[in-house]
Design a protein around this ligand. Structure first.
Ligand code: 4NP
Length: 171
């Protein structure tokens, strides 16, 4: 793949869950923090959305804000619904579970868009989870598990983007 230069459009990564108030806004901020720590935040546009629009305009769930805050992630995203246009704008659309995958596939406008769909756990390394479980009806340990999984998968996603020369390799 060709080297990127300053005139290139930013690479776009969109995280998607159901409500866009628990998993995907946490993924967005964990990834952004990771990029910032590596000094490459300006290379990637990061955002999140939900397949369900019922929480549109809301801040992330208070439980997720609290648990993420304990690990240094400040969640300020406002929920919004996934749109057809997102598939044109972003290079990767990364969902949390099979239900998100199916709903997002129905919003995708064409085959090219379907090729942009990934599961977050495609990037896992050690855990056995094949999805990031919905914590909404769970206790606080469900939120901690989500953050653990997201941190692991975002390590893997960052490595993939380095291998693909989207990001420079970090030390
Ligand atoms: P999320 O969690 O998809 O990780 O944002 C949920 C948020 C809201 C609902 C379900 C899951 N809900 O049913 O309203």
């Amino acid at each position: 793949m060709a080297e990127r230069n300053e005139t290139d459009k930013k690479y776009g990564v969109l995280f998607v869950c159901l409500g866009n108030i628990c998993r995907s806004p946490a993924a967005e901020e964990i990834f952004r923090t990771r990029l910032r720590r590596q000094g490459v935040e300006e290379l990637v546009e990061v955002d999140s959305a939900g397949t369900y629009g019922g929480h549109a305009g809301d801040l992330p769930d208070e439980r997720m804000r609290s648990e993420a805050g304990k690990r240094g992630y400040k969640l300020t995203h406002r929920a919004r619904r996934l749109t057809e246009d997102d598939f044109r704008k972003f290079d990767m659309v990364i969902v949390m579970d099979d239900s998100n995958y199916e709903r997002a596939s129905r919003i995708a406008p064409d085959i090219e868009s379907l090729n942009k769909l990934y599961r977050m756990t495609d990037f896992k390394s050690v855990s056995r989870w094949d999805h990031v479980p919905d914590p909404y009806y769970e206790g606080i340990e469900g939120f901690r598990l989500v953050i653990d999984l997201l941190e692991e998968c975002i390590d893997g996603l960052t490595c993939k983007l380095e291998e693909d020369n989207i990001l420079p390799r970090h030390a």
